[in-house]
Design a protein. Sequence first.
Length: 375
Amino acid sequence: MNNLAKFTIGIFLTLGIAWLAFVVGAREQYGDLVPSPQVLDEDGSIPADADLFPVDLTGMAKQGAEEYASLGCVTCHTQQVRRVETGFDVERGWGMRPSVPRDYVLQDHVLLGNSRIGPDLANLGLREYSDEWLHQHLFEPQSIIPSSLCPPSPYLYQEIDEPVPSDIEITGADGDDVRNVRPSIRANRLVSYLQSLKQDYELPEVAFVEQPADKEIATQEIKDTTAIVSSSVPDWLQQQMDAGKEVYMKAAAGGGMCFTCHQPNGEGMAGQFPPLAGSDWVLGDKERLIKISMYGLMGEIEVNGVKYNNVMAPPGIPPGSLTDDQIANVLTYIRNVWGNSASAVSAEEVAAVRASLEGRAPMQMFTAAELTPAE
Ligand code: HEC
Ligand code: HEC
């Protein structure tokens, strides 16, 4: 009998804790949230004539959300701008501020997603793509970005020989081979939904993140439907990454030859060269990264839970010769390819670290112990 009592209490505790976590906890975080004005009155009340955000989607866009879910777009696209401390999303142009739970209160199915094979879409509607561009992208992303991994959805369109103005002209990336397609109602719903994705309002719990003028997200001018661009990366970042990739891949003076050890795909080689893709060293503290890019690294280190004990001579040809710009670019590159996403590194940041290390012997490699602050 004694055991039955324990057993019963055990069952109730198990169910009770689960209920607290999944029902009460979730409700605490989310359940009572309602649309709100951008700012509250001083006494915390809602101003009489305020507009409330988020606004509800139109019927067409709501149906589009169902299409989005049923076509599996959520497997590769998130709709959540990460907090400033954990991500680089705002700087990269994916939003004007981090997303908060209140942004989603009016959605029947919240399509947050958890994997970013493609760019975050929480603010796609602010990127000023025309409907035609979105249709062409939906029909065949590869006609705009030849190497795109985004799957084409030709079954949402009908190819047309004698187009009317509302049909969509598909031009190949090389300009020839023009086709005309007519969007189905499903395609129109989806585009209406995509255009409606905007978190362009502030809320009492979150304000826009201030951005230096030259890194303005705003909206990039991509109205030319044939331009071969991916808007997910702003120009300044793309340039830095291109320059950084060159350093990464170059095995001659001015290069870092990083690929010879860490591999072109950043995976490294088991037991010898640690990976850069997903590495907490790469995504973490910039100062540490800058230091090892100047002076190298030796001794035991741990990358993503795996131990390595090897030597990285000061990168560069000749060793230790990378300039502030080259280091800034290559680090920005490795922090933002292969699924990595972390803030860019500027030449000024590198120069400041260099200045702080004045007097260090040129080839004196760092050890992990030296770089880990004493507890
Ligand atoms: C296999 C992963 C994958 C799936 C599934 C996927 N996408 Fe993509 N998507 C990508 C990648 C990668 C890119 C970046 C390259 C490009 O712009 O084509 C992208 C880009 C986009 C862009 C352009 C975004 C921008 O800011 O330039 C849109 C719009 C888009 N996808 C919509 C969709 C929709 C709608 C669906 C569902 C029908 C979908 N995607 C399904 C991988 C995917
Ligand atoms: C000759 C091979 C070699 C070259 C070239 C090289 N590395 Fe390394 N790298 C290593 C080794 C080996 C380690 C681990 C050192 C240890 O065990 O202490 C390492 C560690 C690292 C780490 C910290 C651990 C991690 O995986 O995140 C980073 C970051 C890094 N290297 C970046 C670079 C960059 C950027 C370049 C080019 C500028 C570069 N490396 C060039 C061999 C190399």
